[in-house]
Every structure is written in C-alpha cells, then in structure tokens.
Write a protein of this length. Structure first.
Length: 456
C-alpha cells in the first residue's frame, strides 16, 4: 500500500477529518439547542440558531461535493489552504453569532474559539492562522461590547464550588451554567487533543519515511562505491589470472607429453577449474558493477533457485534443504543469478560459522509459503551473535571473521538485492546459540497455493 506523503496529500487527509468534525459539530449544536430550549426551557432564539446551524451544514455539504469532484486533481497547497481557511473563517463568524444570541462571554461554549484556532495552527500556514486569531480576538471583543443576555448563565452561584453550595443547602447541585462549562471544557479539550495526537502521528510517520529515504540513499551511494571498486578489481585481476591460466595450461601440456605424475596433473587441472571459476566471478563483477539486480528478471521455481545457490557452493554437502507443503514449486520473478549469488553469500556465512563452532554439523535451509511470499529460513549451528554484533551485522566491510577470510560485504549485498526485489532479510540470534537468517521474497503474480500444487 502506498502512503500519500506530499504536502497537498497530507492537507487533503486533514481536510477529510476537518469535514467530519464539522458534521459532528453541527449535530452537537442541534442537540444542545434542543436540550437547552426544550428540556431546560431557557429562552433562546431557536429560529436564528437553527439558521446558523444550517449555514454550517450547507457549507460542509458544498465542501464535500467540491472535494469529491476535485479529489486527486488538487496538487496545490494554496488551493487547500484557501478552502480550509474560508471554512474556518466562516466557523468563527457562526460561533460568534451563536454566542451573541446566547449570553456572549457568559456562554460556556465560548472556549470553542480555541478549537478553531488550534485547528488553524495545524492546517493553515502561519499567516492564515494569525489572521484567524486576530478575527477571534476582535469577535470576542464584540461579544463583550454587545450580546443578548440569558439569566441562567448570569447565575452568581456558578462562581461558587459545589462544596460551598452544599454547605448552604445540602441537596444543592451545580447550576446549569457550571455543568455547561464542564461539558464545554471536556468537548474542547477532547477535540484539540484528538487533532494534536493525529498531527503527532503524522510527524512520526513523516520522520520514519525521511529516515528510510536517507537510509536507502546512503545504501545506494555505498553500492555505487562498491560497484566502482568491483569493476576496478575485475579489470585489474583479469590480466594476472589470464597469465596464470596460460602458464598452467602450458605446464599441463608439457607434463602430459613427458608423462608427468598423475597427482601433479590432477593438481594442475584443479588449478585450471578454479581459475575458470575466478574468471566467471570476475565477469559477473565487471558486468554488474556492484548493482546485482541490473540483469533482466526471469521466472523460476524456488527449488531451481536453491539448486543454483548450492551448485557453486564449495560445502554444498553440508547444507540440508527442507521444503514444507510443496513450497519448492513456488514461482518467483527476479534476476536469477544475482539472487542466487546473494543467498549463496548468506549460506556461506552460515557454513563458516558452523564449521568454526561445531565442525561437521549441517546448515539447514527451510522453505515455506507465507501469504504471497516465499520464506527461506537459513539456520546455522555457530556460536551465535552478541547484541552488538547483531546490530552491526549487514554494515558494509563489517565482519567478525579472521583477516583474509571475508570482507564483510556478503550480508550487505544480499540485503540490498532482496530489498530491491521487494523482499526482506531479517537476522536473529536465539539465546541457545546459532543464528537464523529469514529471507522473504514476493512470489510471481498468480502463483497457486503450495498445498494445491502439491496435490496436483
């Protein structure tokens, strides 16, 4: 699922919440008018108040209609700011008119000015928020200057505590004005806290997305540097390896003509095979230049992938593969050679860790289906990792192996290849020892369930 993260998109999401809040406010206003006039019997100009509620309802309906017609066409922040600023200005005017008709500053719901101002500070640019703040200040001043009084709201008992009132009259209850103040405060604080919490969540999400982007950019820069290093190494090593290959071939021919010892000839043939392997590796390095996912993707099965992984693994006989519920027939679409090379590096690390701690013990690869992905779990029987090593594993050039036995690039490149394919690589080290690497890869679209494939 893609996350909308442009400024206009974030404002659009806030606009939807703001529209919902205005519907809730209109319903709340209708309920309050009905309760105050019908239940409490307070004198209030119902027709005028209902007309003001109708202004909120109609304006919100127009905004919803406009929003549905424009939707993804709106990419300008200014358009959103203008629309939302106009609605907030209208809300302050409507609130002021309502308060002027129902007690002015003595009305408990005067605190709702702060709801409008808090929302404007979160949604509008500073200039718009300050303009609304000035409007609210002027409006409150006008309420002080002129408003229609309501006797129940001028009850002097609202200034007394309930304890003081009950000291005079044991069965006394707070006046309705005090209860109204409590309701207004609770509603106002709830609305403000809800929007501030939402804003905070959006900021955390934005920070996570920014950190992820920075991490991916840093990784791309490291891969580019490694690509340059790999291409240079391939170029520099090609010449001496070719020289060694020519000399080895010539020595082998001479010994064959002279009837040299078979053991020496076997050693020379082994050197030739290893040289051919080195040339193949250098060819891949020169072609890919550190960007293993550059080759064209192709479809293949999970079993074919692991066969290619093990084909060039020196200690393939030390690896046990176990498939669950026909997962070996699951199909993937990826650069096959690059992916096999990445997984091979992880398996080789597992073999090395096991050999140094429990010689002869196997490395187990288990494959199964997890939703629309292939999950490979590679478990070694090595000494495990400390929390410090675990936190740094996967950094380029970080290794715990002895000098000359590794450059610390295998896990880094493997994770880069897997993540570029839309998968993930997770490294764990259980307390009982050993390490477990879990690789999750997306399946080829339309891959049938493994259970069905197995039954067929």
């Amino acid at each position: 699922m893609l996350t909308k993260n442009t400024p206009a998109d974030r404002i659009a999401i806030n606009a939807d919440w703001f529209a919902t809040l205005r519907w809730v406010a209109a319903i709340g206003q209708l309920m309050t008018i009905g309760f105050v006039t019908l239940v409490l019997g307070m004198p209030a100009p119902k027709a005028e108040l209902l007309l003001l509620v109708a202004v909120t309802v109609v304006s919100n309906a127009v905004f919803a209609w406009w929003r549905s017609r424009q939707d993804d066409l709106i990419t300008s922040e200014r358009v959103w700011h203008t629309a939302l600023g106009g609605l907030m200005l209208l809300d302050i005017v409507v609130l002021t008119a309502m308060l002027a008709l129902t007690g002015g500053p003595t009305n408990p719901f005067v605190v709702f000015y702060f709801v409008n101002l808090a929302l404007s500070a979160m949604v509008l640019p500073p200039r718009g928020a300050w303009a609304l703040n000035l409007l609210a200040i002027v409006s409150f001043g006008l309420l002080i200057y002129q408003h229609a009084p309501i006797e129940q709201l001028r009850d002097p008992r609202r200034l007394e505590s309930l304890v003081a009132l009950r000291a005079i009259e044991p069965s006394a209850w707070p006046p309705w004005a005090s209860i109204g103040s409590w309701v207004a405060f609770a509603t106002c604080s709830t609305v403000i806290l809800s929007f501030l919490t939402r804003l905070n969540a959006e900021l955390r999400l934005s920070n996570r997305l920014r950190r992820r982007a920075e991490s991916e950019r840093a990784r791309a820069e490291k891969l580019e540097a490694l690509g340059t290093l790999a291409a240079g190494a391939a170029h520099e090593l090609a010449t001496p390896l070719s020289t060694i290959a020519v000399a080895t071939t010539e020595a082998q021919r001479q010994l064959e003509r002279q009837g040299g010892p078979d053991t020496v000839l076997d050693d020379l043939r082994l050197v030739g095979r290893e040289l051919a392997r080195c040339r193949a590796i250098l060819d891949r390095m020169a072609t890919d230049s550190g960007q293993p996912t550059a080759s064209a993707p192709e479809p293949f099965t999970a079993d074919a992938l692991l066969q290619e992984v093990l084909r060039e693994l020196a200690a393939a006989d030390r690896v046990q593969v176990a498939w669950r519920k026909g997962a070996d027939s699951l199909r993937l679409l990826a650069p096959r050679t690059a992916l096999a090379q990445a997984i091979r590096a992880v398996v080789q690390n597992a073999v090395d860790a096991t050999e140094g701690h429990a010689p002869g013990a196997p490395v187990v690869i288990q494959g199964d289906r997890l939703a629309e992905t292939l999950r490979l779990s590679i478990r070694d029987q090595g000494p495990g990792m400390t929390p410090e090593v675990l936190s740094r594993a996967g950094e380029p050039f970080y290794t715990t192996k002895a000098p000359g036995h590794g450059m610390g690039l295998g896990l880094f490149l493997a994770r880069s290849v897997v993540e570029k394919l839309g998968g993930s690589l997770r490294l764990e080290s259980p307390g009982e020892g050993g390490a477990n690497v879990t690789i999750v890869l997306p399946l080829l679209a339309g891959t049938p369930d493994a259970d069905i494939s197995a039954r067929r």
